[in-house]
Design a protein around this ligand. Structure first.
Ligand code: IDP
Ligand code: MG
Length: 153
C-alpha cells in the first residue's frame, strides 16, 4: 500500500555535513519526497513529537537534542515506505546499528542518531501534521515510475 512517512535529518546530521548523503540514500532507493522544509524545531514541537516517550528517562534529553539546531523535515511516499526507511535507518543507536544502514555507517553515539523515521502508519499520521499543512504536500509522478516500481506480473 502506498504510505507516507515523516523523516527528520536530525541536528547532528546537519552539523556533521551528512544531510546530503542521507537524502541521497533515500533518493537512490527510489523513494519520493513529497514535502520538505529546513527549520529549527521548537521545544514545544519537539515535546509533541516525542510525546510517546514523555515518561522515559531520556525524554528531556531527546527534546533538547531535536530542538538544538536546524533540521531537514521531509515526507517520503512510496509503497511500504515505513518498513523500508526503518530498515535503511538501522537500530536506534549507531553502536549497534548494522553496517550498511544510515545509523550503522555514519554514527556511533547513543542518543545522537542522525535520522528520525515514523515507526507505523499511526505515528506518521500523528507526526506529519506537526510540520506540514495538507496543502504543503505535493502530488506528482516520476517519469520513470514504470521502471522504478515495476512488477513482473
Ligand atoms: P527510534 O528513533 O529508533 O524510533 P525511539 O525508541 O523511538 O527510537 O527513541 C526516540 C529517540 O530518542 C531516539 O532516536 C534517540 O534519539 C532517543 N533515545 C532513545 N533511547 C534513548 C536512550 O536510552 N538514551 C538517549 N537517547 C535515547
Ligand atoms: Mg521511534
Amino acid at each position: 500500500m502506498v504510505e507516507r512517512t515523516l523523516i527528520i535529518i536530525k541536528p547532528d546530521a546537519v552539523q556533521r555535513h551528512l544531510a546530503g548523503q542521507i537524502i541521497s540514500r533515500f533518493e537512490q532507493k527510489g523513494l519520493k519526497v513529497v514535502a520538505a522544509k529546513f527549520l529549527h524545531i521548537s521545544k514545544e514541537t519537539a515535546e509533541k513529537h516525542y510525546a510517546v516517550h514523555k515518561d522515559k528517562p531520556f525524554f528531556a534529553g531527546v527534546v533538547k537534542y531535536l530542538s538544538s539546531a536546524p533540521v531537514w523535515v521531509m515526507v517520503l511516499q512510496a509503497e511500504d515506505v515505513i518498513k523500508m526507511t526503518r530498515k535503511m535507518m538501522g537500530a536506534t543507536f549507531g553502536y549497534d546499528a548494522e553496517p550498511g544502514t544510515i545509523r550503522g555507517d555514519m554514527g556511533c553515539s547513543r542518543g545522537y542518531n542522525l535520522v528520525h523515521g515514523s515507526d507505523s502508519p499511526e505515528s506518521a499520521d500523528y507526526e506529519i501534521p506537526l510540520y506540514f499543512k495538507p496543502e504543503e504536500i505535493t502530488n506528482y509522478d516520476f517519469a520513470d515510475e514504470k521502471w522504478l516500481y515495476g512488477k513482473n506480473d
